[in-house]
Design a protein around this ligand. Sequence first.
Ligand code: FAD
Length: 337
Amino acid sequence: MNISDYRGVMVFAEQRRGSVQKIAYELLGVGRRIADTLQEPLVALLIGSKLPDSAAKELIAQGADKVIVVDDPALDVYMTEPYAKAMTKAIDTYKPGIVFTGATTIGRDLAPRVSARVKTGLTADCTGLEIEDGTRNLLMTRPAFGGNIMATIVCPEHRPQMSTVRAGVMRKLERDETRKGTVERLDVKIEAKDKNVEILEVVVEKATKKNIEDANVLISGGRGMGNLDNYNRLQGIADELGGLVSASRAVVDAGWVGQDKQVGQTGKTVRPDVYFACGISGMIQHIAGMEDSEFIVAINKNASAPIFEYADIGIVADINKVVPALVEELKAAKAAS
Ligand SMILES: Cc1cc2nc3c(=O)[nH]c(=O)nc-3n(C[C@H](O)[C@H](O)[C@H](O)COP(=O)(O)OP(=O)(O)OC[C@H]3O[C@@H](n4cnc5c(N)ncnc54)[C@H](O)[C@@H]3O)c2cc1C
């Protein structure tokens, strides 16, 4: 393989039922930065059936220089084999130096299959991506061993350098409709034998719960809440502010809530407008998941708790006195308005 034949960053633009997923825009955000560092192009790969023109236009507005569209009835619903064939052909045709796929269920299924076909390296679930000065190799960082170490992995001798990227970590760009880009169609012949799986039914589960990553206001409780009853009182603040309750790992480990509510290095990365840290000490593994919040309110009885270093407002008090008082104040403010 001649490494210098491979140029540019390719992003897999995951779509479901014709609608491009948020992760695709996050990948364009990090892809744009990497492509600009390398001074190479950023392309989005859109695979599906009867894809609306608006999807490609949106990918350009969100940062792509070029959109490669593979549109075929056989690519209607995600299936490993046809999608792997389409992506492998796109890589063979366009020879990107880097390929990013979201670490979603689809991305985690697709990327290893493709990397084996094109005989290159793949790093899963990356949370940090940088270009190394001098070598221009991609440094792919991911938590390993349950988050106990951060491993930085390079793929110096094979191309493309592939990684799946964790959702919610990378920022998408401001959309800009004046951005210019090209759209190219790529034909991939999907034969009957490529469809070795028959999809009988796609069941779309109704989302009954909102994800903490999507909340504008998060009320996060830690060990300092003391017990489950106290922790549950945080819901009162969430109800008044239209937010959701989340947690530190100590609370998840105590069994007060499920892991889907955990903020931090081994939990979710969140970026709400307001983040309340209630009885949370502010250990680095927690901070890693919430430090980009727009506004942070910390309530802790220990004035030297590290969380105060990150807070926009800090209240040194017993959280169990603050919560009822805050709920009353919020109710009164609502009644008065
Ligand atoms: C590999 C690894 C990965 C990890 N991943 C994560 C992760 O994803 N997310 C995460 O959160 N943690 C994670 N941790 C754990 C992390 O290191 C901390 O142990 C954890 O964040 C502590 O949670 P806490 O702040 O709720 O509890 P503590 O550290 O015990 O803090 C409790 C705080 O509450 C205060 N307090 C006590 N009583 C009151 C009261 N009545 N009123 C007001 N304040 C009070 C105390 O002063 C203290 O500051 C990880 C650790 C490791 C080793």
